[in-house]
Ligand binder design. Structure first.
Ligand code: S3P
Length: 455
């Protein structure tokens, strides 16, 4: 895995840049394109490795996919009931979304599938998805987790669906807000002989709901409750075309870098502005940051717009409650904001971060300390003491294989008192393959060392 040598900035960051297509929306577009009847097109820029895992999974189950030179995908859908048994285990790589969303679809199949993942994904909890799927009649088993009693992890064995070969209706209360689990349940609901109701303690991202609704599936949301009734539906997903909006979660690294590098102005073009994802914009504003979003329109039910950010004097704040699921993947980079804000920032209600690609509360605490930032780690969050007026301490840190930790460390390193090294940075390609090139285009000086891969 390559390392990155990040030099402190000598000039403000400046420019207008695109970001990769939204990872969450692309997962759903690929999956639903594979289940649609007819040929769908998924366009929208470079995809990271996580999306490629979903694509490879569908190919392994007989879906025809052609990649076009501009990065677009032409997906020849197999139809809702047209997937075929894969020849071997399906490797979901680092992607929890691939494993959990696929589980919902595979639960309804008459064949067995084994889902495997990399070391990080193989540690992540899977009972949260197995439990509701079993309640509606699915067969799903995992490996007993030696560290957490009652928990299972990958490899997962999903299906075949036992007699009578149809999933039952389900009413399910999620203990923790999770779009991945909610989506798995809703996708399994497409195959059920009765309605599906899912309720979350707080609203998580609703891309699955929006896309299914745009494709004519009877689905509606009231607050945090979602209802899908496949018995009131034709049973076929129409083919579609989508230009996937840019990923606000990728843009967040650039937008926060623009806030904390003095004098910077950065515009990110055509990103998704779904309100279940824009928590980071609210966090930046609440901490005194200048950020504007200009709506451009809609793409298969998803709002899209340009976002403009300018360097600001920041003040510490509190990040908890409903904002947490709306910014769940941006909390690491929000820590960089907190590191440069005047005063203290408290992040709470965020225990879910412990079961992401790494234990992000522990990894962020370690990274912040390495850059000379005071931080207290709590069970459900962090308390960060901002260092607004002097350079951070140049650091030598590792990402622990977590793409969002690696990118956060790069952003912090821009303000170091010398060059910093970010080890194990190849994982950035999981979600933002052109991150280094994009940062360079904005004016950052970053060298890739020990081989290629992250640029
Ligand atoms: C995702 C949902 C979130 C998020 C992940 C992508 C999705 O996970 O952290 O990166 O696409 O549904 P949870 O739903 O488990 O919180």
């Amino acid at each position: 895995m390559p390392d990155l040598l990040v030099h402190p900035v000598s000039t403000p960051l400046h420019g207008s840049v695109p970001v990769p297509g939204d990872k969450s929306i692309a997962h759903r577009a690929i999956l639903l394109g594979g289940l649609a009847s007819g040929v769908s097109r998924v366009e929208g820029g470079s995809m990271g490795e996580d999306n490629l895992s979903t694509l490879a999974a569908l190919r392994a189950m007989g879906v025809g996919v052609t990649e076009e030179p501009g990065g677009g995908l032409v997906i020849d859908g197999a139809g809702l009931h047209g997937l075929v048994a894969p020849r071997g285990p399906i490797d979901c790589g680092n992607s929890g979304t691939t494993m959990r969303l696929l589980s919902g679809v595979l639960a309804a199949q008459r064949f067995k599938t084994i889902l495997i993942g990399d070391a990080s994904l193989s540690r992540r909890p899977m009972n949260r998805v197995a439990k509701p799927l079993r309640l509606r009649g699915a067969h799903i088993e995992g490996k007993a987790d030696p560290k957490r009693i009652g928990e299972i992890t990958a490899p997962l064995e999903v299906g075949p669906l036992p007699q009578p070969h149809v999933l039952a209706s389900l009413e399910y209360e999620l203990p923790v807000a999770s779009a991945q689990v909610k989506s798995a349940i809703l996708l399994s609901g497409l195959y059920a002989d009765g309605p599906t109701y899912v309720n979350e303690p707080l609203v998580s991202r609703d891309h699955t709901e929006r896309m299914l609704s745009a494709l004519g599936v009877p689905i509606r949301a009231v607050g945090a409750m979602v209802e899908l009734d496949a018995t009131a539906w034709s049973g076929a997903l129409p083919a579609f075309t989508i230009r996937v909006p840019g990923d606000l979660s990728a843009a967040a690294f650039l937008l926060v870098a623009a806030q904390i590098v003095p004098g910077s102005r950065v515009d990110v073009r055509r990103v998704g502005l779904n309100p279940t994802r824009t928590g980071i914009l609210d966090v930046i504003r609440a901490m005194g940051g200048q950020i504007d979003a200009v709506a451009l329109g809609d793409e298969l039910g998803e709002p899209v717009g340009d976002v403009h950010a300018a360097a600001s004097a920041l003040i510490g704040g509190r990040i908890g409650g409903e904002i947490v699921p709306r910014s769940i993947d941006e909390i690491p980079i929000a820590c960089a904001l907190a590191a440069r804000a005047r005063g203290e920032t408290t992040i709470f209600d965020a225990a879910e971060l412990r079961v992401k690609e790494s234990d992000r509360l522990a990894t962020m605490a370690r990274v912040l300390r390495a850059f000379g930032v005071g931080v207290e780690e709590r069970d459900d969050g962090l308390v960060i003491q901002g260092v607004p007026d002097r350079p951070l301490t140049a650091a030598d840190v590792t990402s622990d294989g977590d793409h969002r930790i690696a990118m956060t460390a790069v952003v912090l390193a821009l303000l170091g008192d010398g060059p910093s090294r970010v080890r194990d940075a190849g994982c950035i390609a999981t979600s933002f393959p052109r991150f280094v090139g994009t940062m360079r285009a904005l004016g950052a000086r970053i060298e890739v060392i020990e081989g290629e891969g992250a640029a």
